[in-house]
Design a protein around this ligand. Structure first.
Ligand SMILES: Cc1cc2nc3c(=O)[nH]c(=O)nc-3n(C[C@H](O)[C@H](O)[C@H](O)COP(=O)(O)OP(=O)(O)OC[C@H]3O[C@@H](n4cnc5c(N)ncnc54)[C@H](O)[C@@H]3O)c2cc1C
Length: 297
């Protein structure tokens, strides 16, 4: 896409390497007119490799890591060695340009789970629907006395979308408990672990944790390395044999839980099948479901 009215040019302000040559995050400036809902993704662009000062011609989808109220955008990326885009994205340094399409996309958003704001459009229609403003700080989407639990199940960089959701105050007030499960191969790939684990110690979260010390349950699972107290198993195995519920200390019950799945398509289709057998299903025709899924490739 080279139509200048469709994108803005932003500037890299911070680069963080998690695993050198493999996993990194970028923060870039944000156009104040770029409004998105937590869980949505941006289309970001770079010029062709042989025309670095030319217009952006290469575009990829990236979930926003940053919350809707932050004044910068943040992305978390893998480097696919044979990929066309990600190795070049990994070379960006502070001061470099990154182009961002003006329209945010996607339906991996918590409003899917609540009647008032749920869209009737299927997820694949994401790119066709106009963006709406982010929920206001402190807003809650749950109106019932008993709030549902939110299970956020990710492999690898699928965590990106959940970070935006977790950085959105509305998430914390809309659910009883939030269970984040991050599956990776090795412990070094547990990006953002410190941030997630630090929330319970931060003063601004104190009222939330005082009311419920188990408000956020974070399960880090590595399949190729034993983490203390954690099985080295795939998420799907842990769902199927009930160990995920035991580890979380919570029931994965379709009557009281809302589940998001994000990341590797093989894991997603296997997990989707298992959860379907347990009674989880995406929303249909304006009726909110209890399952939302986003494939990364
Ligand atoms: C809705 C959506 C949101 C996305 N959000 C993110 C994100 O937040 N972070 C991110 O790193 N990527 C994300 N992706 C994937 C991203 O768009 C690119 O595909 C990826 O960065 C690789 O680009 P590439 O051109 O280097 O390789 P591509 O040619 O795009 O991909 C080559 C191959 O690499 C593998 N691959 C692609 N993406 C990943 C990945 N994330 N993890 C593991 N293997 C992968 C697949 O086998 C794919 O066929 C998202 C994709 C979609 C559709």
């Amino acid at each position: 896409m080279t139509d200048v009215s469709k994108y803005t040019r932003q500037t890299v302000t911070e680069v963080r390497s998690w695993v050198p040559g493999k996993l990194f995050s970028l923060r870039v400036t944000r156009d104040p007119a770029y409004l998105f809902k937590a869980g949505q993704f941006a289309r970001v662009g770079l010029p062709a490799a042989d025309d670095p000062d030319g217009p952006p011609t290469l575009w990829r989808a990236y979930s926003m890591v940053s919350g809707p109220l932050e004044d910068a955008l943040e992305f978390y990326s893998i480097v696919v060695p044979e990929g066309e885009f990600s190795p070049r994205l990994a070379q960006l340094r502070v001061g470099d340009n990154l182009y961002v399409e003006k329209t945010p996309y996607g339906f991996l958003t918590i409003d899917r789970f609540f009647p008032a704001a749920t869209s009737s459009a299927p997820p694949e229609a994401a790119a066709l629907e106009a963006p709406t403003a982010a929920p206001a700080a402190g807003a809650t989407l749950a109106t019932r006395e008993t709030k549902p639990d939110l299970w956020l199940l990710a492999t690898g960089t699928g965590l990106s979308a959940y970070l935006s959701i977790l950085r959105d105050p509305a998430t914390w007030t809309s659910f009883r408990r939030i269970i984040v499960v991050h599956g990776v191969r090795r412990a070094e790939e547990l990006a953002y672990r410190e941030e997630i684990e630090s929330w319970s110690r931060q003063p601004e979260f104190a009222p939330i944790y005082r009311a419920d010390p188990r408000k956020l349950i974070y399960l880090a699972i590595a399949t190729r390395e034993a983490l203390p107290g954690m099985p080295s198993e795939r998420l799907t195995t842990l769902i199927a044999d009930g160990r995920l519920e035991q580890l979380a200390g919570e029931r994965l019950d379709p009557k009281s839980a809302k589940v998001m799945l994000c990341g590797n398509p093989d894991m997603l289709s296997a997990a989707r099948k298992l959860l379907g057998e347990m009674g989880f299903a995406p929303g249909r025709r304006g009726i909110p479901g209890n399952l939302a899924v986003e494939n990364y490739w």
